[in-house]
Design a protein around this ligand. Structure first.
Ligand code: GTR
Length: 449
């Protein structure tokens, strides 16, 4: 199998004067939502889940105690809504020539390409367009996992160029009793590799493979660092150096987030070869840095039917212009290997970015996007994650899909779903657990079954 990456486009900036801008201010206006203690997280690990909000609960608002606490521990960052700068978002439906994009055709043939090239050149970097041969090795198989519910496989993806090979492992479960082909979910695991034996015997809420299979999905997972080491000095051991033949990356070459997303596409290549899986119904899921990755993976690869970003924050679902919690300056200095070099130049000048993260969601339209935040994870800016999803709605609508448009956030623990976009904010902190998964699967059930 060979691929050719999309061609590079010259780096270019959108003149801010050419943009029709949307002013987004405080979404939940005067509402004040004081969370009761008993509404706080019970557990996202045991699956018992948070309690439901009282009916008529008000839109989510950051808990004052949480704001106080995080403001104290991360003094140099802003967690005060009143200090969010006034900002104008670039309009995804205004082309670089200043003309408005009013048809699906113009979006698909003009604007989408412009935005992809802006994100490649300014944020995530450009993937290489070198040829390679892709093969898969099956290392182990268990045909009767969970009393016969699934077949589990331990796989290795092998990327060959000339006499050189790069390999990364992944684990796959396929439901045994299926009527017709099943949808699938690819999990980008930013924490650790879960081997087949472990996944088959121990429930891990970070990748609850059994739950996924019980709900009718095939599922696969790989560890990001097996593809591209998640270290600022890990370049030489990863897939990026493999493609670059050891040469240093160009400033606008792909970085780790893009490389991890590329790997999700290689796992999808494998799912396409399995007759009981419907490869037109495959979701890509990630948490935190994995959530940034899942969104960008779905932009780069239109075969993904849905992307789920969980607590992805800066460089993921959250709007950079809000500079609430983690900022462009902080993320690019702390994790220089995640984004291409130009992104760091927007430190303290986010308003000059030619794009913002709502356009990442827009690039996934008309497919589906699900975003999740956590009540205590203000570092990831829940409000900025929600606002971003809403700001992508005009593109979904142009492409004939319904999307969330309500400016006010939903209440805590009350998933909101409108057509092809969905969102929840769960009680508790930064993490991905059974509750998040179940709400996400409720969303995909509607679209994929
Ligand atoms: C945080 C980082 C975030 C987020 C997260 C993670 O420390 O600031 O951008 O992605 O790590 O991946 O766990």
């Amino acid at each position: 199998m060979k691929i050719t990456a999309s061609p590079l486009t010259n780096r270019s900036r959108i003149s801010r004067l050419m943009l029709f801008c949307m002013l987004l201010t405080c979404f939940d206006g005067n509402f004040c939502f004081g969370q009761k203690e008993e509404q706080k997280e019970k557990s996202i690990v045991d699956g018992s889940g948070p309690s439901q909000p009282a009916s008529g609960a008000l839109p989510w608002k950051a808990n004052a105690d949480v704001v106080k606490k995080i403001s104290r521990s991360r003094k140099e960052f802003n967690f005060d809504e009143s200090q969010v700068p006034e900002y104008k978002l670039p309009d995804p439906l205004i082309g670089m020539d200043g003309r408005s994009i009013s048809t699906a055709d113009r979006w698909n043939h003009l604007r989408r390409k412009e935005l992809m090239s802006l994100f490649r050149n300014e944020v995530y970097g450009n993937r290489p367009n070198s040829d390679y041969v892709l093969t898969f090795e099956q290392v182990a198989e268990q045909k009767d996992v969970w009393d016969g519910l699934a077949t589990g496989r331990s796989m290795v993806a092998v990327i060959t160029r000339g006499d050189q090979q790069y390999k990364f492992p992944f684990v796959l479960f396929i439901p045994n009793q299926t009527q017709g082909r099943v949808p699938a979910v690819i999990h980008i695991n930013n924490r650790y590799f879960i081997p087949l034996d472990k996944a088959a015997t121990e429930n891990d809420p970070f990748w609850p493979a059994r739950t996924l299979v019980q709900r009718g999905y095939a599922t696969a997972s790989f560890h990001t660092s097996d593809v591209d080491p998640d270290q600022r000095n890990g370049y030489s051991n990863g897939i990026r150096a493999f493609f670059a033949k050891g040469n240093d990356p160009a400033p606008t070459a792909w970085r780790s987030l893009s490389a991890w997303g590329w790997a999700a596409s290689r796992v999808l290549d494998h799912l396409e070869t399995i007759s009981t899986i419907d490869a037109t119904k495959v979701g890509v899921v990630g948490h935190s840095r994995g959530g940034k990755t899942s969104l960008w993976a779905a932009c780069e690869d239109p075969r993904f039917a849905v992307a789920y970003s969980n607590n992805s924050g800066c460089g993921g679902a959250a709007l950079s212009r809000r500079a609430f919690g983690e900022t462009v300056g902080r993320i690019t200095s702390n994790f220089p290997h995640w984004f291409c070099v130009p992104f760091s130049s927007y430190t303290n000048r986010e308003a000059e970015l030619p794009v913002d993260q709502h356009e990442v969601m827009a690039l996934i339209a008309p497919r589906a996007v699900y975003v999740a935040s956590s009540d205590e994870d203000l570092w990831a800016d829940p409000k900025g994650e929600y606002a971003s999803l809403v700001a992508a709605a005009p593109v979904f609508q142009l492409l004939g899909k319904t999307a969330i448009t309500e400016p006010a956030m939903p209440a805590l623990n009350s998933p909101r779903v409108r057509g092809n976009t969905g969102y929840h904010i769960r009680s508790g902190g930064h993490g991905l657990g059974e509750v998040d998964w179940n709400w996400f699967l409720d969303f995909t059930d509607r679209l994929m079954k």
